[in-house]
Design a protein around this ligand. Structure first.
Ligand code: PRP
Length: 181
């Protein structure tokens, strides 16, 4: 298939420990509130499922679908919403849940878009932060792990729609002189 699974970058145990810590941080920071966890499809779904069970806050969840910007809109950072929220977020404490922040363009766009809907508060929680790839400055409120600039799959992250189901995060390596995006 031109690629193979390489070494495990973050194990299942490391993920589960960190998710538990994030859940405790949310419980502390949102005490007395009922935040809306907003997962960005599709990669963040696995993280959301674990994160929402790592806190006993009365939370709600919703989903938003975005399309990756094409080559032509790379510089403008225009992201298209392909599936919108099922509810209004006016006055709600919204926490955007992402699997990975790369260039930062998707989350920067989402932030701008969601702020026009007047949430009570808006924060970002990302499992992985590929800091070295950042093109747009974005403030992340909760980060699971900072990772090097390698192509990773698993725990929601895919390569050509595969590997989202892996319970750990692994590096994907090209085979036979191939190249990954
Ligand atoms: C990934 C990830 C973020 C975005 C980050 O989604 O879930 O939404 O890319 O990249 P950026 O910081 O460079 O904007 P992807 O487009 O792979 O979709 P998926 O979650 O459905 O796999």
């Amino acid at each position: 298939m031109g690629h193979r699974l390489g070494r495990i970058l973050i194990t299942q145990d490391e993920i589960s420990l960190r998710v538990r810590e994030l859940g405790q941080a949310l419980a502390r920071d949102y005490q007395g509130k009922d935040p809306l966890l907003l997962a960005v499809l599709k990669g963040a779904v696995v993280f959301l499922a674990d994160l929402m069970r790592a806190t006993e806050l009365p939370i709600a969840c919703d989903f938003i679908g975005v399309s990756s910007y094409g080559a032509s809109s790379r510089t403008t950072g225009v992201v298209k919403i392909t599936a919108d929220l099922s509810q209004t977020i006016e006055g709600r404490d919204v926490l955007v849940v992402e699997d990975i922040i790369d260039t930062g363009r998707t989350v920067a766009y989402l932030k701008r878009n969601l702020l026009t809907r007047h949430p009570g508060s808006l924060r970002i929680c990302a499992l992985l932060d590929k800091v070295g790839r950042r093109e747009v400055e974005v403030e992340l409120d909760y980060v699971g792990f900072s990772i090097p600039n390698e192509f990773v799959v698993g725990y929601g992250l895919d390569y050509m729609s595969l590997y989202r189901n892996l319970p750990y995060i692994a590096v994907l390596e090209p085979e036979d002189g191939g190249k990954l995006p």
